[in-house]
Design a protein around this ligand. Structure first.
Ligand code: FMN
Length: 300
């Protein structure tokens, strides 16, 4: 289970992706040069989430180091669709692996426009819908509600023939129902988990540390929660599942595959070790030699 595989018809050399927003491939190329391309840490690359209009992101401070993880309140700073296509896409196209572009819209129309434009680009193999934001039309967080998620996926489905991955938020009462609604509306794959809502207080003032008050928790602190959500969601759907949340070793990755994931993603660990993706792959290969296989515990 650590060799080549197909996900939604896209051939990957292995099962290790990056979590959106946790590895800046363009900055890494500037730092490491072509050595990055020769030993690229991931088997497919997921861009950080883009929005239709440019965004500056949230007011600082944006990061807090939590026990066994971090809390971020980055707020999706990005160049917007036009800036992404003009400046980032040509550079991301040079990566030696398939490219998934993560998109977020504050309304279903905005999401549909993004999916259509991004999906039409030949450089893009897959799209990931980040549904962890409020829909300005309904006030509901799209990914927290099965019906809301289903409507969003339905709206964008006809706008592209490219595979659509829906990235689930763990901040939902019943993530498996949200996943099932996304599948019924035409999603080709699911990825989970995004960050869990959390906050930290400034010890000097007793007031919230992060500029926006609260943020998203990631890293080893969330691994057990993510593992259970991956097990639950993958037991409910028949489309592929990309599991993530605190993965930092081949053993962690193997656990997610055993729990039902078809691929895994490395996120926060890449901040500590930019080569973590490659290391996780190597460790997974060693484990698969020593263990019979990682056949999922997936039901049915
Ligand atoms: C600094 C930071 C930025 C992130 N940005 C995004 C993003 O732009 N889009 C997205 O879908 N998820 C984003 N995430 C969530 C990660 O992709 C991943 O789902 C989450 O962190 C759990 O995995 P991990 O514990 O391995 O980091 C971000 C996470 C971090 C820590």
């Amino acid at each position: 289970m650590s060799g080549p595989l197909d996900i939604c018809g896209i051939r990957l050399r292995g099962p290790v992706l990056n979590g959106s927003g946790t590895f800046d491939a363009i900055a890494a190329r500037r730092t490491f040069g072509d050595a990055l391309l020769e030993d690229f840490p991931f088997d497919a690359f997921v861009s950080k989430t883009i929005t239709l209009a440019p965004r500056e992101g949230n007011p600082p401070p944006r990061l807090w180091e939590a026990p066994a993880g971090m809390i971020n309140s980055i707020g999706l700073p990005n160049k917007g669709l036009e800036g992404f296509v003009r400046h980032d896409l040509p550079e991301l196209h040079e990566l030696p692996v398939p490219l998934a572009v993560s998109v977020m819209g504050f309304s279903r129309d905005e999401l549909a426009a993004l999916v259509e434009e991004v999906g039409a680009r030949e450089e893009v193999s897959l799209l990931e819908l980040n549904v962890s934001c409020p829909n300005v039309e309904t006030g509901l967080v799209m990914g927290a509600d099965p019906a809301e998620t289903g409507r969003a996926v339905e709206r964008v489905r006809a706008r592209t023939e490219k595979p659509l991955i829906v990235k689930l938020t763990p901040n939902a009462t019943d993530p498996a129902s949200v996943g099932a609604a996304a599948e019924a509306a035409g999603a080709d794959a699911l990825s989970l988990v995004n960050t869990l809502k959390g906050m930290a207080l400034d010890p000097a003032t007793g007031r919230p540390w992060l500029g926006t008050g609260a943020g998203g928790v990631s890293g080893p602190a969330v691994r057990a929660i993510a593992l259970e959500q991956v097990r639950e969601v993958s037991a409910r759907v028949s489309i592929p599942v990309i599991g993530m949340g605190g993965i930092g070793s081949g053993r962690d990755a193997a656990d997610f595959l055993l729990a039902g994931a078809d691929c895994i993603a490395v996120g926060t660990e890449s901040f500590r070790d930019p080569a973590a993706g490659r290391r996780v792959s190597r460790e997974l290969t060693m484990l698969s030699r020593n263990e019979r296989d990682f056949s999922p515990l997936r039901a049915g």
